[in-house]
Design a protein around this ligand. Structure first.
Ligand SMILES: Nc1ncnc2c1ncn2[C@@H]1O[C@H](COP(=O)(O)OP(=O)(O)OP(=O)(O)O)[C@@H](O)[C@H]1O
Ligand SMILES: [Mg+2]
Length: 315
């Protein structure tokens, strides 16, 4: 059951919350940076960041966010599209006008009001590189312009499901954060990008090198008890708390199922990627027919629905 962190205290997490608070205090007073909050599914990344975002808002920062969507149907730069749209909604008209001017009119592509946003730059150069660079520069200039009027906090959720171009744009924008009141916060499930052949691994490493990383582990036994009390409306018997906490390693019971789910999801995705090259038609069919039940938060089902039409495959 989701808990409204606006209405409840954040349970436990004193140390990670203090680290985030320090980043927020710094961005309000002088300059920002890049923070990555990592940990397994359901561990509390969004809860922690939501609480910090509320604090930043109370201190006068403009806070907006976007979430990556784990689907091939998501348009390129999807988390940034949400950020730019949210900024347009949240900024004062004159703030937004200044941001758009700084971006030289290039935000329209992200907002779907002009030609589609350029592909991620490829190593071999060419026009795609120049177009993507222009877009990176435009978005960064808009963020910098807004941050010069009031501190700006951007939250990008679930980067493990990002498109490559969005991560490159994040890396580009992060370079400016040290000079401006601009704080970029990203969250991702670290275990999901662990496989050596994961396509985002190489893009996340330079980000990790620049970031303050906050890795969340399970709550301690007292935290588990408090969370269960909040969720169930009454204190759990000590045996249950101890069983769920397993002596402080709070999520051990759920962990194996969660690890298995993540492994299966990652394997399905890897297999589909390989099939894309070997048999694109079959890959497209499977991509449409298999769903892992992932909705942006913890998914727990895997279904194959081939549809009614008979299919004859030539392999
Ligand atoms: N420290 C906490 N205090 C109160 N509630 C918490 C805490 N940590 C987690 N929760 C609750 O646990 C649930 C899962 O937390 P959350 O959505 O923050 O996890 P997550 O790490 O963002 O997961 P995902 O990787 O799936 O996005 C939520 O209902 C949240 O309210
Ligand atoms: Mg989350």
């Amino acid at each position: 059951m989701p808990i409204d962190v606006a209405a409840h205290e954040l349970i436990g997490r004193e140390h990670p919350a203090a680290l985030l608070r320090a980043e927020i205090t710094r961005v309000i007073g002088s300059h920002g940076g890049l923070v990555l909050v990592t940990g397994e599914a359901g561990i509390g990344k969004t809860t922690l960041v939501t609480s910090a975002a509320g604090e930043a808002r109370r201190l006068g920062a403009l806070v907006v966010g976007g979430a990556c969507w784990d689907s091939d149907g998501a348009p390129g730069y999807w988390p940034w599209v949400q950020v730019i749209r949210a900024l347009r909604r949240a900024a004062e008209p004159e703030e937004w006008a200044a941001a758009e001017q700084a971006a030289g009119g290039s935000l329209a592509a992200l907002l779907g009001e002009a030609h589609p946003a350029p592909e991620s730059p490829q190593a071999d150069g060419g026009p795609a590189v120049a177009d993507a660079f222009r877009l990176f520069d435009a978005v960064t200039s808009a963020l910098v312009t807004l941050s010069q009027r009031r501190p700006l906090v951007i939250v990008l959720e679930d980067l493990h499901a990002s498109d490559a171009a969005s991560l490159r744009l994040l890396e580009f924008a992060a370079r400016q954060t040290w000079f401006e009141r601009l704080l970029l916060i990203g969250t991702y499930r670290d275990a999901e990008v662990e496989p050596v052949d994961h396509p985002l691994r190489d893009l996340l490493s330079p980000l990790v090198a620049k970031a303050t990383t906050i890795t969340l582990n399970g709550l301690d036994e007292a935290g588990v008890g408090a969370l269960m009390t909040l969720t169930a409306g009454q204190a759990p018997p000590s045996e249950l708390r101890a069983a769920a906490g397993l002596g402080g390693r709070t999520r051990r019971l759920g962990d194996e199922a969660e690890r298995a789910r993540k492994t299966v999801t990652a394997r399905i995705r890897d297999a589909l990627r390989k099939l894309d090259r070997a048999h694109p038609e079959l890959a497209a069919h499977l991509r449409a027919a298999v769903s892992t039940g992932s909705t942006g938060s913890t998914g727990s089902t895997c279904r194959y629905r081939p549809g009614d039409a008979p299919i004859t495959w030539r392999l």
